[in-house]
Design a protein around this ligand. Structure first.
Ligand SMILES: [Mn+2]
Length: 337
């Protein structure tokens, strides 16, 4: 574990080194890929080498970002690097199968906004108040003295747009809007970015969504809603796990729902992936995910839990109902005072 540093220190490191590896988490999202690509463009503009490396493939909704086709997915980096940036990745396990190789790199710069970040780099720039990792990269690029061009602006805008839930989540801070506004001035086109990210669904995804919503369940009191995805559903719809991103939000957006859960059967059926959303500030789903070695944010978190879907469903939903009860009980006590 290393120190928390300021962007000036990281910009100094950039001036001292020749080339950089830029890594991110498994199941990469637009904030991860966008901040990686933006940083790689800025480093190349400075005459530095930059290699973007991920365990999983770039999702379809990020393929419009400049440089996405050159993201490396091999078992090892293409070149030797002394310094690795790891972005949007709260702990090394979230790197997936590349974790071991990344941890062999002497200097790791950990830049992230997840509250669950363990400050695991040699240098850490971690602030849970930032709406997206893209915010840090925007500040760092300024610190590096590089002009933000249209391609960089588009990458960073995609990150802020998606991590704030299209500027809807509670992390939609004044700075998220200010930084997004700056990116528009540098040439990001919000209509184009939104169309690529939200308006180009595969038909397999919509078929899977229809199938999943048929199985939506809600507790009698309306506080907990959940959906399940089995291996059969993927097979029947020709869909993949990436297609299910965001499905939990349909359960979350039902009037009266405090917590929403998506349970997904993993290949082999011995593990279950869960995504949780809280609509109640008193219920911290990050804390619940952490009990299972997962993490995320207060209102959005997930974990991969050993066990078949039915068992995980019963145990996890029991814990969530308990958290909902406690939150409501606490509310009654404080109102009684
Ligand atoms: Mn992020």
């Amino acid at each position: 574990m290393g120190d928390q540093v300021r962007p000036e220190r990281i910009a100094q490191l950039v001036r001292e080194e020749e080339s950089f590896l830029i890594c991110g988490h498994v199941r990469p999202d637009p904030d991860c890929v966008g901040s990686q690509l933006a940083l790689s463009h800025a480093l190349r503009k400075m005459g530095r080498g930059a290699e973007v490396w991920l365990a999983d493939r770039v999702p379809d909704n990020c393929l419009f970002l400049a440089g996405s086709s050159s993201v490396h997915q091999g078992d090892a980096p293409l070149r030797e690097h002394r310094v690795a940036f790891v972005l949007d990745t709260p702990k090394p396990e979230r790197l997936g199968r590349i974790a071991e190789r990344v941890l062999r790199i002497p200097v790791i710069v950990n830049i992230d906004h997840h509250p669950s970040n363990t400050l695991w780099g040699r240098y850490n720039w971690v602030d849970p108040k930032a709406s997206a990792t893209s915010e840090f990269i925007q500040l760092l690029i300024h610190e590096m003295g590089i002009e933000i061009d249209r391609e960089i602006a588009t990458c960073l805008y995609a990150g802020i747009l998606t991590d704030t839930g299209r500027f809807c989540y509670s992390n939609t801070s004044p700075s998220a809007h200010t930084m997004a506004a700056e990116l528009l001035r540098y040439g990001a086109n919000p209509e184009e970015v939104s169309r690529h990210i939200y308006g180009s669904s595969r038909i397999q995804k919509i078929r899977l969504l229809a199938r999943v919503l048929q199985g939506l369940r809600v507790d009698d009191d309306g506080a907990l809603a959940w959906v399940r995805i089995t291996r059969e559903m993927y097979g029947e719809c020709g869909a993949s796990t990436e297609d299910a991103d965001g499905f939990v939000n349909y359960a979350r957006d039902i009037n009266g729902v405090r917590v929403a859960v998506l349970l997904e059967e993993m290949p082999g059926r011995e593990h279950t992936r869960v995504s949780m959303r809280s609509q109640d500030s008193r219920i911290d789903v990050n804390e619940i995910a952490a009990r299972y070695g997962g993490g995320g944010h207060h209102a959005a978190a997930g974990a991969v839990i050993p066990g078949r879907l039915e068992h995980v469903e019963e145990k996890l939903l029991g814990e969530i109902r308990e958290a909902v009860r406690r939150a409501q009980h606490g509310d009654r006590i404080s109102r009684g005072k």
